[in-house]
Design a protein around this ligand. Structure first.
Ligand SMILES: [Zn+2]
Length: 428
């Protein structure tokens, strides 16, 4: 993957006129600074909230890569002079400066439901995808001579009934659908039992005298978890004295950006903002930006809920907290998001007896919980429902694990399903 990140795009970046950015998750905006670095001079169009969040995400990614490159240099000093070593081992994919230059490429801001002419014969409309703050599905109207084609693109599609965001809005029926299939082979558990499970996991660990570690994605999931924690505390289902740490500089920034965009929320949440009430405020909540503050959390042996990234535990501060708490029977690790194959999160979820963290073998003795109902992605039925409303003649599946994509393709009728290879071009 690291090599593929550095590979050529498969097209000339300078030839691209527009990038339509659906949302600010790293797997969607993470290579934009590289695109700009390699010659893209066109316009990036997104919603206002996506632009603000993408800024934080891209700068954070650039910063991490610079740090990693520096660490690499220290560890392998001979590489500084050796011309035989490939340059990519020590050079960041892009720098903070590249990310800042990329921000200059952001142009017009898209409002949900309002169409925008990009170029003669190319019109786009962004629809609320209900996935994360500012996320969008796209509807493209393309005209060439007397040929007209419409394309509906899911981006990442959210699920209905989430506490903060509105439900996804489906674009108009289109000739072509381009879809994600992250959960195309399964149905989510309903949210009610998931919340019960979540509160029980926390209360259980506290009763045993332990902590709770929640590996959290910085965008959306962290804020949703804060929302539920506040609810649990207000309903008396979680102890009033619990200490909550949001131990992720990016999640802290994202939470502040959320507070700028009440227009994106469920009406009930928007009203709370309107009344001057911060829906994420919670007694005993600590924002820990500094590394030293983060390390000080180790003092808490019980009664702490620690939210830290990365959600899949493949990096970030959560690994320190796992090292402190994973081997303790009294603690609980609560997974609230997607964990891809090959990640540390997935190994723990799949029942590993011990795992490697910072070159140390750590036994897994804490209780492990996977709360599946909090997903930010539509499940199989919601994806199918979206597809039924679009009624496309052709369907491209472009995002998801291959067996899941195959399983989802088998459920589609009256449409030609295509699963393009990486780098393949398709005529519309
Ligand atoms: Zn996403």
């Amino acid at each position: 993957m690291e090599e593929r990140n550095r590979a050529a795009f498969g097209f000339a970046p300078a030839d691209i006129d527009f990038v339509l950015l659906t949302h600010a998750h790293l797997d969607h905006c993470g290579r934009l600074p590289l695109l700009a670095k390699r010659g893209f001079r066109g316009e990036i169009v997104s919603t206002a909230a996506t632009r603000e969040l993408a800024r934080v995400v891209m700068l954070d990614a650039a910063h991490l890569q610079e740090e990693e490159a520096r660490r690499d240099l220290r560890r392998k000093p001979h590489r500084r002079t050796s011309s035989a070593e490939p340059a990519f081992e020590t050079e960041p994919l892009y720098s903070v400066l590249d990310a800042l230059n990329c921000l200059d490429r952001f142009g017009r801001v898209a409002d949900y439901g309002k169409s925008m002419d990009l170029a003669p014969g190319v019109r786009v409309t962004f629809f609320d995808a209900g996935h994360i703050l500012g996320s969008a599905s796209l509807y493209l109207e393309l005209q060439e001579g007397d040929r007209r084609q419409t394309v509906a693109f899911t981006g990442d599609l959210g699920n209905r009934g989430r506490p903060l965001l509105r439900s996804p809005v489906v674009p108009p029926a289109s000739h072509i659908a381009v879809m994600e299939t992250t959960y195309g082979d399964r149905r989510h558990k309903p949210i009610g039992p998931s919340i019960d499970e979540f509160f029980d996991a926390i209360a259980g660990a506290f009763a045993r005298g332990g902590n709770v570690v929640i590996p959290t994605f910085a965008l959306e999931r962290a804020q949703e978890v804060l929302w539920y924690l506040r609810q649990g505390r207000e309903q008396g289902r979680l102890p009033a004295l619990m200490q909550v740490f949001l131990d992720s500089p990016m999640a802290i920034s994202a939470t502040q950006i959320f507070e700028h965009h009440p227009e994106c929320f469920e009406p009930q949440v928007a009203r709370q903002f309107g009344a001057g009430r911060d829906p994420f405020a919670l007694p005993g909540l600590h924002f820990t930006r500094d590394a030293t503050e983060s390390m000080a959390i180790n003092r808490f042996r019980s009664g702490a809920v620690i939210l830290a990234g990365a959600g899949m535990c493949n990096g970030g501060r959560v690994r320190h907290h796992l090292r402190q708490n994973l081997w303790r029977e009294s603690c609980a690790i609560v997974f609230v998001g997607y964990a891809a194959r090959g990640t540390l999160a997935r190994r723990i979820i799949d029942g590993a007896k011990s795992v490697h963290i910072f070159e140390e073998e750590i036994r897994v003795r804490a209780s492990i919980h996977t709360i599946n109902g909090f997903s930010a992605h539509a499940d199989r039925d919601e994806l199918l429902d979206w597809h039924t409303q679009i009624r496309p003649a052709r369907t491209f599946l472009v995002h998801g694990e291959e067996d899941v994509m195959q399983a989802f393709a088998a459920l589609l009728h009256d449409t030609r399903v295509e699963m393009p290879e990486f780098g393949q071009s398709c005529e519309l």
